[in-house]
Design a protein around this ligand. Structure first.
Ligand SMILES: Nc1ncnc2c1ncn2[C@@H]1O[C@H](COP(=O)(O)OP(=O)(O)OP(=O)(O)O)[C@@H](O)[C@H]1O
Ligand SMILES: [Mg+2]
Length: 329
């Protein structure tokens, strides 16, 4: 459990300190810093902010930001400069991957879901689900990134080394297939859980399906276009409500509930595997009718996990952190 966070010059916060309990409600008006506080918690547990990009992290007009967190007996300290960050665990340098392995965390972000980046967000959720059962996915993803980077360099060269490219392509194809297949299995394994959850909120049905993109002879085309075309980006997560594409044919509230059910399924996977991820929930309450709002809240707080949930005012009780726009608290 993350027990305390101290921020300095992080986004809108000059200096901020807060102690946490198992259920934490982050309350404040628009722009008070609710999402920013969640991002600081997320950063502590993942070693990077929501977008992985450090832009905008340091408070405007200052030079460096820091986040100090206490997670049970472990101390996480992050210093952020304009173009780099220093991650420390108990005073020693630590890698992003080691933080992620040690401090599992699942985040509900309707903005990421709806925005054009939803594919990245959904894939990262799926990968967290895979990771809950099989930590090797991390090595595969790192290998995939390495292969892509090498290939990009190769394709940029004037005289392409075809033999090296063939070897690389073979490896890449194998890695992409392995990741796609393991993601597909994961999505099949949570499909019923997601459908049942959605059914408990509405009479409509929800299906999720991982669709593996076609590789075909993209490798030849890559040689002509000189850029990478065969990648995991060809895959997609098909989400349908009553048989229709959720992104095209559903209301905001329905999307919110659908995402909640997907995220809950991932949290439960972790829980079944004996790890209790920190659950971060941003912007769930708006656009939901009061019955749905209450049910969603009840479902979340009944989990055994530590949860952080933002509110404009509808949720109360529990440990409430009131934000007033980032001044000293
Ligand atoms: N680097 C920064 N320096 C100063 N202020 C920043 C920085 N980055 C973000 N902010 C400000 O932080 C404020 C709070 O943003 P945040 O998204 O956390 O609000 P919120 O409480 O989640 O609001 P909402 O209810 O609308 O979701 C915004 O007004 C934003 O302009
Ligand atoms: Mg917000």
């Amino acid at each position: 459990m993350i027990e305390r966070v101290i921020l300095s010059n992080f986004r809108n916060f000059s200096i901020f300190k807060s102690d946490f309990e198992r259920v934490n409600i982050i309350k404040g008006r628009n722009g008070a810093g609710k999402t920013n506080l969640l991002e600081a918690i997320y950063f502590s547990l993942n070693g990077h902010p929501f977008s992985r990009n450090l832009k905008g992290i340091i408070k405007h007009g200052t030079e460096q930001a820091s986040i100090s967190s206490q997670f049970s007996s472990e101390a996480i300290h992050i210093t952020v400069f304009k173009d780099r960050k220093i991650l420390k665990l108990n005073g020693k340098p630590v890698r992003v991957i080691d933080l992620k392995k040690k401090f599992p965390c699942v985040d509900y972000s309707i903005n990421s879901f709806i925005s054009f980046k939803s594919k990245d967000y959904l894939f990262s959720l799926i990968d967290r689900g895979v990771f809950a059962k099989n930590e090797r996915i991390v090595e595969w993803l790192l290998e995939y990134k390495r292969l892509l980077a090498t290939k990009r360099k190769l394709l940029k060269k004037e005289n392409i080394d075809k033999v090296a490219l063939d070897v690389l392509n073979e490896k890449l194809k194998h890695t992409v297939e392995s990741i796609s297949n393991i993601r597909k299995r994961l999505v099949s394994s949570i499909e019923d859980c997601v459908a049942n959850c959605f059914n408990s909120f509405t009479s409509k049905s929800l299906r999720v399906e991982y669709v593996v993109g076609k590789v075909r002879d993209g490798f030849n085309e890559e040689l002509i276009k000189r850029r990478v075309l065969v990648s995991l980006k060809k895959d997609s997560l098909k989400i349908s409500m009553d048989g229709l594409d959720l992104f095209m044919f559903s209301s905001v509230g329905e999307k919110k509930v659908a995402l909640l059910c997907i995220v809950l399924a991932i949290v439960k996977l972790y829980n079944e595997n004996g790890r209790l991820p920190v659950f971060i929930v941003d912007d769930l309450e708006g656009d939901l009718d009061s019955g749905t709002q209450k049910k969603a809240f009840k479902t979340i707080i009944e989990l055994p996990n530590q949860v952080f949930i933002t509110t404009l005012g509808a949720y109360s009780g529990f440990n409430t952190i009131e934000l007033d726009g980032g001044s000293l608290v």
